[in-house]
Design a protein around this ligand. Structure first.
Ligand SMILES: [Zn+2]
Length: 239
């Protein structure tokens, strides 16, 4: 569908931005975008067109959402790739966030940074602002492998975000920041002697503390949260 003579930039870009393109075609089209100015312009226009992005939220099938989520979660764009390739990823991110934007509604009773962190954990998606400020804590002694680490903006709160997975593939997110995290709605204080809180929201467990740094851990499985906490205390803090 993307032959030089026969292809239709307007149609292909619309299919791509709307999420109607099948995954094999989409990958081919993303490669094509890197060298075709016509298609690139159409996708850029489509990306900026609110109507098209809005439409994509309605029609993107579940398989596509998973596909986009997986492509963002496990394959962050290497920082040295050409600008246009990074922008292709940005287009996919915009699409993903228009889809996952709806998920944030449920967390509205939370302080905005907590709601943003919950959305990131639930969708296993990080909107990167650049490389993390600190290296990722090594939690391999807890059986957790680092998937990605990025600098993120949690509704105005700048934070490092690290995603780990256990051997079963379950994800846990660790946020660390120079700024204390706000307290989640309906949180309970941690045991005496530890300054922090724990809360449940949207089927996720959250734990926040301030030693050895301000941290917020979120996972569906509470035991994963505990593993990260233990790892933070026992592992030497990277410097
Ligand atoms: Zn083209």
């Amino acid at each position: 569908m993307i032959g030089r003579r026969t292809h239709d930039p307007e149609r292909d870009a619309a299919l791509y931005v709307s999420g109607e393109m099948r995954s094999t075609d989409r990958r081919r089209f993303e490669a094509h975008l890197l060298r075709c100015d016509d298609c690139w312009r159409e996708v850029s226009l489509g990306r900026d067109g609110r109507g098209m992005v809005e439409a994509s939220r309605e029609i993107a099938p579940p398989g596509l959402r998973d596909d986009i989520r997986a492509s963002i979660s496990v394959a962050p764009v290497p920082r040295r790739l050409p600008r246009r390739l990074a922008l292709v990823a940005a287009v996919v991110s915009v699409l993903a966030f228009s889809i996952f934007g709806a998920a944030q509604v449920r967390s509205r009773h939370q302080p905005p940074p907590i709601a943003a962190a919950l959305t990131a954990a639930r969708t296993e998606t990080l909107a990167t602002r650049g490389p993390s400020e600190l290296p990722a804590p090594n939690l391999s002694s807890q059986g957790l492998q680092l998937v990605m680490g990025e600098l993120v903006d949690l509704a105005g709160l700048t934070s490092d975000a690290f995603m780990y997975r256990n051997t079963a593939g379950e994800a846990v997110l660790l946020f660390t920041s120079a700024i204390p995290f706000p307290v989640a709605h309906d949180a309970s204080r941690l045991v005496v002697g530890v300054n922090g809180w724990t809360a449940q929201s949207d089927g996720m467990t959250l734990v926040c503390g301030d030693r050895p740094m301000n941290y917020l851990v979120i996972a569906q499985d509470p035991s994963l949260v505990g593993l990260v906490q233990r790892g933070l205390v026992t592992e030497p803090t990277p410097s």
